[in-house]
Design a protein around this ligand. Sequence first.
Ligand code: TXA
Ligand code: MG
Length: 331
Amino acid sequence: MTRILYPEQLEQAAAILQSGGVVAFPTETVYGLGADGINPVAVQKIYRAKNRPASDPLILHLERPLDFAAVADLRGREALLERLAPLMPGALTLVLPKLPHIPLEVTAGGSSVAVRVPAHPLAQALIAAVGVPLAAPSANLFSRPSPTSAQMVLEDLDGRIDAVLDGGSCPIGLESTVLSLLGAPTLLRPGGVVLEQIEACIGEVLLPYETLSEQHIQPAPGMLLKHYSPRAQMLLVSTPKLLLEVGARYQEQRLGLLLPSQSLEHVKHLRAERFDLGADDLSIAMRLFAGLRALDALGCTHILAHKFTNRGLGRALNDRLYRAASGKVIG
Ligand code: TXA
Ligand code: MG
């Protein structure tokens, strides 16, 4: 039985976590599936609940950036962290050398640890109430789209976790940006804090994932190509110009359109289910995963979407769509 808890029941959520249970909670990016990040037995429950492969490391969620020093070795990186300070708390995850007491279950056996300070007030209050770092991946079954509401968490994990803390919808709707500081700053996953913001703080960032993903190589542990997948087959076109032509080929199928308002205008005559992502990048990001799940729920066999301009949040949108399409782009 999975309990649904509301913000006024935060102490109950904290007590479950303190006794080694797993609780899903809202962050500004997506819902996380939390467990005591210092307790290996609790952390193992996360992997079991999600069907997540043990090779995929977790992010530790902390109350304040100052707390990074309690889990990671910051020596030699103080100046860099200082310059990144304006972006934290927020949708930025840093990969740093781990300290010895961090369980290998969190880091998937590796010597580095990912850390983040979420900006969501409920997430911060929960971490403070538990009093330990919370290990938390996105609260979905492995390879499914991340959940941006408590309802979406329950779709995947009802009966598999102790509780979900319902804090409404996540305002960003895409996962955090993962930046490795092990060597020269390197982007491992584009996300809610955009590359341009990071580069404004620390200068040029390396982008191995973009060239690597084109070659179907796994750039970082857990960055599998097939990810964020709906059940339907994704048809990802490189530009809105191709929507009509590709959509027309699937008129005998149950087609879903996952598109911004302005693009839906161009495909008025297609027979399809429609999910309007809204008009601007903020709205598109917030609604993307909900749209994938909604079109699945309508029984669509194919979902048609297009790529975005590779700047700002567009970079993360493209990454998630590309993975949902298992790396196939039409045109
Ligand atoms: O916004 C988010 O980041 C959400 C919320 C809940 O905080 N969490 C999230 O966790 O998306 P997850 O587990 O779904 O994705 C974490 C990513 C994975 O791609 C993983 O490979 C990477 O972070 N990661 C974690 N630890 C790492 C490490 N030590 N080295 C390299 N990558 C790491
Ligand atoms: Mg995930």
